[in-house]
Ligand binder design. Structure first.
Ligand code: RIB
Ligand code: CA
Length: 311
């Protein structure tokens, strides 16, 4: 059996974060999960992570982290994810508490003990930026950072994607850190939507978890379709950051320099991707994912759901 890629997830569950955790549990070696405020306040993203780890029968360590961005005021996304941060299904109470509240030092210690691990953030980059600030040696010890964030257009604003927009200072520090970055931006993640047919694939994939996850996607998609004029369903943004590492064959990409706008009155939180064909173009610091085989990717999501324990 091929060695599974080692990952450390940093997330803000969050409907699509939930699917990213399930997919990573199936196809990667998850050394730990850390949580950050984003889609919902930290107590809720952490509770939701506990719930999802139970769904996939994972006992990987869980540590909560930053409850607010480095500089920006905390803003959440109940308008998309609901008041719980993961509305749409009823779950049993989580079976275990988080293992700690110091995500930053958990990340640092885990990377130092496991050189070559990938950091996979799917929420605001606050924890990652703090870990790199406290321990700059991490840049050389990780294989890279596969993140969901940014893109060639925005969602929270015309130019800024939610994860980057929440904490632009953190995002800027991560993109400027020198670490190898793999970026699943919105122009990629909008290619894999939870269409009604795909939601039925999820529902029938597992006797217990299937209907619950289908309920999450129905809620998530209802919210997305109410806010957009041409969406068939909610994009499974965060899953892309995991599959980019476990199944790179399903992606097309380009190497680009990416920087984060901090000061723009209307562009704060924008990921500025340098596509110019000029010899003076800045050295690429990011693999920008451009295409995904969404049918193949969604089949992997269904396969991961099937692997959840019956309980
Ligand atoms: O903009 C989409 C991103 O913001 C996803 O990670 C979603 O979970 C939210 O955090
Ligand atoms: Ca997320």
């Amino acid at each position: 059996m091929a060695t599974r890629v080692k990952v450390l997830l940093d997330c803000d569950p969050g409907h699509d974060d939930a699917f990213a955790i399930i997919v990573a549990s199936k196809f990667a070696e998850v050394l730990g999960v850390t949580t950050v405020a984003g889609n919902a306040p930290l107590d809720l993203t952490t509770k939701n992570a506990r719930i999802v780890l139970d769904l996939c029968g994972s006992i990987t360590p869980l540590h909560s982290g930053a409850g607010r961005p480095l500089v920006a005021e905390p803003i959440h996304a109940a308008y998309i994810h609901g008041e719980s941060g993961m509305d749409g299904a009823n779950f049993s109470a989580p079976s275990r508490p988080a293992d700690g509240t110091d995500a930053v030092h958990f990340i640092i210690d885990t990377v130092r003990a496991n050189p070559g691990v990938w950091l996979v953030p799917t929420g605001p980059l606050t924890n990652i930026a703090l870990a790199l600030r406290v321990a700059p040696d991490l840049v050389e010890k990780i294989s890279g950072i596969s993140l969901m964030g940014g893109g060639r257009f925005g969602n929270r604003t015309a130019t800024a994607e939610f994860n980057i927009w929440c904490d632009p200072e953190a995002a800027s520090a991560v993109f400027d850190s020198g670490a190898k970055i793999v970026m699943s931006g919105l122009h990629l993640t909008h290619q894999i939507m939870a269409t009604p047919a795909r939601i039925e694939m999820v529902r029938s994939a597992h006797a217990v978890v299937g209907p619950q996850l289908a309920g999450l996607l129905e809620f998530f998609s209802k919210m997305y379709k109410s806010l957009h004029d041409d969406f068939e369903g909610a994009p499974l943004h965060d899953v892309c950051a995991v599959l980019a590492l476990t199944h790179p064959q399903f992606f097309g990409s380009s190497e680009r320099h990416v920087a984060v706008e901090i000061d723009g009155a209307i562009t704060r939180g924008m990921t500025v991707i340098d596509d110019r064909h000029v010899v003076s173009r800045a050295k690429a610091n990011t693999k920008v994912l451009e295409t995904i085989d969404s049918d193949a990717a969604f089949s992997l999501i269904v396969e991961a759901i099937r692997a959840c324990p019956e309980r």
